[in-house]
Design a protein around this ligand. Structure first.
Ligand code: ZN
Length: 343
């Protein structure tokens, strides 16, 4: 199994602002976790190249690109949460470039899978707006790159605890991109209700799984096996991208979920399962949120292990009865588009 790890010192030069939880030490924690698990030597360490303007402009406006570019060399406070330091524009180009390069290499057959340890994150960035620590939407740019290379079905699974409003908005009317998000709700950024299902030709291809706080590994694993897996398999993507936020972890300071690294391994297994058809196992994972360093270290290592095919699949979860009423709602809404009857 050829699995790449994308990392670069430039990602650590993105300065999100003083005391900001989205800090360079997050990437050091991930590297430490992967090393401690004995996995680093099994990965291909790749240095990314910056995304080109043409790649960025597939999902962002000219105005957006110019606005972020103008922050180079300065400290720019876009909003309360989202800052750019002097090197942030360069880091953001490289973050989008890493995920895009990973897509190129898996499509070229040079790699099977990749884990992109990038900063700044991307899934809140909209076509014309930076938001929620995100400057460019890395995963959306990578998905658009896959489409530009001729793919007709790309799946994005977003398990970050926050809804990926940017990714949803960018592909809301596009049937070629299945966007599935599980997230705490109601919560930042406020979007991601169950009845947000896409529009026009894209109707049904946005799948939101809003969750109450306090859910752990058992609930998440059941949700992914009973809802995400059948939808993903029915869509049969040619490429699977994962917006991997590790902020549903029980130790995360920003959110209220209760997952551990075992839960993330189980979610990775579901994503790998979705990729088993037309995608031929191609999965590209990109870091989004996750703000507790130890949680990041353990969880990223657990996911990388699954990408490498190491460790044994997580055992089927206990029944997780808290999920029953939610599954009833999901089946009613999403059953209009997808066959969930047999779940
Ligand atoms: Zn998040």
């Amino acid at each position: 199994m050829r699995v790449a790890l994308y990392d670069d010192s430039l990602f650590r030069q993105h300065d999100a602002g003083p005391g900001h939880p989205e800090r360079p030490a997050r990437l050091d924690a991930i590297r430490r976790g992967i090393r401690a698990a004995g996995l680093e030597g099994k990965l291909l360490l790749l240095t990314p190249r910056p995304a080109t303007p043409q790649q960025i402009l597939r999902v962002h406006t000219e105005q957006h690109l110019s606005r972020v570019a103008a922050s180079a060399g300065h400290t720019r406070r876009f909003d309360l949460d989202t800052w750019a330091g002097p090197r942030s524009y360069a880091a953001a180009l490289l973050a989008a470039g890493a995920v895009t390069d990973a897509v190129d290499r898996v499509l070229n057959g040079e790699l099977d899978r990749a884990f992109c340890a990038v900063r700044p994150p991307g899934h809140h960035a909209e076509a014309d707006r930076v938001m929620g620590f995100c400057l460019f939407n890395n995963v959306a740019i990578a998905a658009a790159h896959g489409l530009a290379r001729g793919l007709s079905r790309v799946a994005i699974v977003d398990w970050d605890v926050h809804h990926g409003n940017g990714t949803q908005a960018i592909f809301y009317e596009d049937a070629r991109v299945l966007y599935v998000s599980s997230h705490e709700y109601p919560f930042y950024p406020g979007t991601g209700a169950l009845d947000e299902t896409g529009a026009g030709a894209g109707k049904g291809f946005t799948v939101n799984l809003p969750l109450p706080a306090g859910l752990g590994d058992a609930e998440y694993a059941r949700l992914y096996r009973e809802v995400v897996a059948p939808i993903g398999r029915a869509f049969d993507p040619e490429l699977v991208l994962v917006s991997a936020g590790f902020d549903p972890h029980r130790d995360d300071p920003l959110a209220g979920m209760r997952m551990t690294e075992h839960g993330f391994a189980a979610l990775a297994d579901v994503c790998l399962g979705i990729a088993r058809g037309a995608a031929g196992g191609r999965v590209v994972v990109a870091l989004e949120g996750g703000y507790d360093e130890e949680a990041l270290a353990m969880s990223a290592a657990a996911v990388v292990a699954r990408l490498l095919g190491e460790g044994k699949p997580e055992a089927p979860p206990e029944r997780a009865p808290r999920l029953d009423p939610l599954l009833t709602d999901y089946r009613r809404e999403l059953g209009r588009f997808w066959d969930l009857a047999s779940c």
